[in-house]
Design a protein around this ligand. Structure first.
Ligand SMILES: C[S@@+](CC[C@H](N)C(=O)[O-])C[C@H]1O[C@@H](n2cnc3c(N)ncnc32)[C@H](O)[C@@H]1O
Length: 253
């Protein structure tokens, strides 16, 4: 019990889960009201406030993505396989994938670390951008096990990008610190694993110290809470949100 002069104790797991469930329900409602057409139309303008690229350059990357026939053929086939298997797919929407595609092209990323793979929608988009960049490695972390149905983690990743992908199995709390230490400074960290606040905060904080100057912290489902905005404000990162993904950049100097 918390009384005068006493510190509040840690929030019990069950209460945390209840808070997370309420936030998730609220987010579902908010998503129904969100104008995703507008979010997508404004993507380039919002990203231009954060990234070292002009609106025109960012729009050119969006058009390039639209024309990536080899990617869309493979991606559509694999989405169809998941639907045919009838498994619940909590996969990130491709429109958030496009945002990451554009970010990875604009930064010409070489090293990216990501948490939360599942079917690998984000992974596929980051790796497609690396293919277009002509280099790069994506280190991806997910729990032991795999997605539902007869699938492996990263099922959506096209074959031609797979040699750039390294999967690290384990809880991000255990895997991430050592992985980041091994990988060194990062151009992009992407969070899409456990969205309960203590875990998100842990990943943001762990990744921040490894971001190189000008590097980007990206996070899915930032509309769940004010955490992303508060974190980026407190750490002097310039940020924007497009659809359900937050993009924040460490200053160059
Ligand atoms: C929403 S899904 C990720 C969707 C994925 N980013 C995509 O693009 O399709 C969340 C994933 O995070 C993983 N996850 C949850 N808690 C985790 C943790 N503590 N460490 C690592 N991965 C975790 C889950 O196993 C699940 O595959």
């Amino acid at each position: 019990m918390t009384g005068p002069g006493t510190e509040p104790g840690p929030v019990p797991e069950t209460l945390r889960d209840a808070i997370y469930a309420v936030r998730t329900a609220r987010l579902r409602l908010e998503r129904r009201r969100l104008d995703y057409g507008r979010e997508t139309r404004e993507r380039a303008a919002r990203l231009a406030n954060v990234l070292p690229a002009s609106v025109d350059e960012l729009r050119a990357y969006e058009r390039e993505y639209d024309d990536l026939a080899w990617f869309h053929e493979s991606y559509a086939d694999r989405v169809a396989e998941i639907h045919e298997a009838g498994v619940a797919a909590d996969t990130t929407h491709w429109r958030d994938g496009v945002t990451l595609y554009v970010v990875c092209r604009a930064l010409d990323v070489d090293t990216v670390v990501e948490t939360g793979v599942l079917f690998g929608s984000f992974d596929a988009h980051v790796l497609a951008a690396m293919e277009q960049n002509g280099g790069g490695t994506l280190h991806a972390v997910d729990l032991p096990g795999g997605p539902p149905g007869p699938f492996e983690y990263g099922h959506l990743i096209p074959d031609r990008c797979r040699d750039r992908w390294r999967l690290h199995r384990g809880d991000a709390r255990e895997v991430l610190p050592a992985l980041l230490e091994r990988v060194g400074s990062l151009e992009l960290f992407l969070h899409d694993s456990d969205h309960r606040l203590p875990h998100m905060r842990f990943e943001y904080e762990t990744a921040r110290s490894n971001l190189e100057p000008g590097g980007v912290l990206a996070s899915h489902d930032v509309r769940l809470s004010r955490l992303f905005d508060r974190f980026t404000d407190a750490n002097g990162l310039r940020s924007c949100v497009v659809c359900d993904t937050g993009i924040a950049r460490r200053p160059r100097h």
